[in-house]
Design a protein around this ligand. Structure first.
Ligand code: FAD
Length: 367
């Protein structure tokens, strides 16, 4: 496995649990910083095969505020919407869980190249390691994924985040649309800080630093510390997940919800599915292609619908975002997606039925 983020660690834990010999190579020494809002969805928690210890939980939030321009709506779900975690602690825990299951976890080991040679997968990390397969779970910053998907899409996102000291004005997830194309600004509450960030289509975020400063100021927050930028896949899941003995998981495979930027759940699940596929391939000689089928049928095709919705919403932001604020039932329905009670496809079908009537009503109200 290359990479000890949620995808690599979950794959390593699952594969070791299935009795495979696993070596995980992670370039950083953990616990390491990772730019993230730190919102763990219910779906992500569901995929974990252990219960989350209380010490890695910063907060559990039940409410959400969504704004577009001057309009905003507060939704109190009356149930947990999200678990706030700090990625250094969370990712370190996942790595420990992989080791506990029997994986050899080697940190401080950067893999420079992966290739196939003489019927084996080879990872070059200073010394060459040979195995039956190599899982590339390097996130979206690396270059190894190009061995499987050489044509990375130009459409990519970029996020800039700051950990700001101070108490939150709103105790839940605060999401503000309208500032960034195909993205939003967020303020998420953690135990000792607020995660404040902006993200959107990289090509349209000409000056992310200024955009974040404006966002901070407009929320009466100030910050003078270090900002952390990070790319994020926004073009939907990759069709190419496997090449020979090389497999992609997590961000490297494009498994991020383009509408919300959420990726931890899909990283965990794709890692687990990759482990299962490899175990079956070794036992029964089945093709690794079944991995693509598993990922696409569980969440990949739904992420395509998310991409459709993202493009639709951001093409007509002035018309569509206010609808979610004026009609709470739309937001309530939408929030069933991160809770795994529905998917983007079903939500879009529901929206398609309701949209014409809502737009006519809005048009009449504006006259
Ligand atoms: C600013 C920001 C905010 C976000 N907020 C949220 C959120 O609130 N909720 C959510 O669900 N998702 C969020 N996401 C998305 C989420 O962070 C990713 O989807 C998730 O981290 C993907 O996990 P991964 O394991 O694929 O990759 P990563 O978490 O990026 O892990 C990759 C690992 O591979 C290692 N690595 C890289 N190259 C090599 C190499 N050559 N050799 C060895 N090791 C290597 C890295 O050090 C890293 O530890 C956010 C993303 C960003 C950028």
């Amino acid at each position: 496995m290359v990479g000890g983020g949620p995808a690599g660690s979950s794959a390593a834990r699952a594969a070791a649990g299935l009795g495979l010999r696993v070596v995980l190579l992670e370039m950083a020494r953990h616990p390491r910083y990772k730019a993230c809002g730190g919102a763990l969805s219910e779906q992500a928690r569901f995929y974990l095969d252990f219960s989350l210890p209380q010490e890695v939980v910063d907060a559990e939030v039940c409410s959400l505020r969504v704004s577009f321009g001057r309009k905003s709506i507060v939704h109190d779900a009356g149930r947990r919407l999200s678990t706030m975690i700090t990625r250094s602690a969370f990712d370190h825990l996942l790595l420990e869980k992989a080791a506990e299951a029997g994986a050899d976890v080697l940190t401080g080991r950067r893999v420079r190249r992966v290739r196939e040679a003489d019927g084996a997968a080879v990872a070059d990390a200073g010394e060459e390691l040979r195995g039956s397969f190599v899982l590339i779970a390097e996130g979206y910053r690396g270059r190894l994924m190009r061995s499987v998907r050489p044509d990375l899409p130009d459409e990519r996102g970029f996020c800039l985040v700051a950990e700001v000291a101070g108490r939150c004005q709103f105790p839940g997830l605060d999401i503000q649309f309208g500032g960034a194309d195909m993205g939003y600004g967020w303020i998420f509450p953690h135990r000792h800080f607020l995660s404040v960030g902006i993200g959107g289509l990289a090509s349209r975020l000409a000056d992310p630093k200024t955009a974040l400063e404006v966002f901070l100021r407009s929320n009466n927050l100030s910050f003078s510390g270090r900002l952390h930028g990070h790319p994020i896949p926004l073009a939907g899941p990759s069709m190419k997940l496997v090449k020979g003995r090389m497999i992609l998981a997590g961000d490297a495979a494009g498994f991020v919800d383009p509408f919300t930027g959420e990726g931890i759940a899909y990283a965990i699940r794709s890692g687990q599915l990759a482990a299962r596929t490899v175990a079956e391939a070794l036992a029964d000689g089945i093709s690794l292609d079944s991995y693509r089928h598993l990922c696409w049928s569980e969440f990949g095709s739904d992420l395509r619908f998310s991409l459709f919705m993202t493009r639709l919403m951001h093409r007509h932001p002035q018309r569509l975002f206010p609808l979610f604020i004026d009609h709470p039932e739309l937001l309530e329905r939408y929030l069933k997606i991160p809770g795994s009670q529905t998917g983007y496809r079903d939500f879009l079908t529901y929206l398609a039925w309701r949209l014409p009537g809502l737009l006519i009503r809005r048009w009449n109200d504006c006259r």
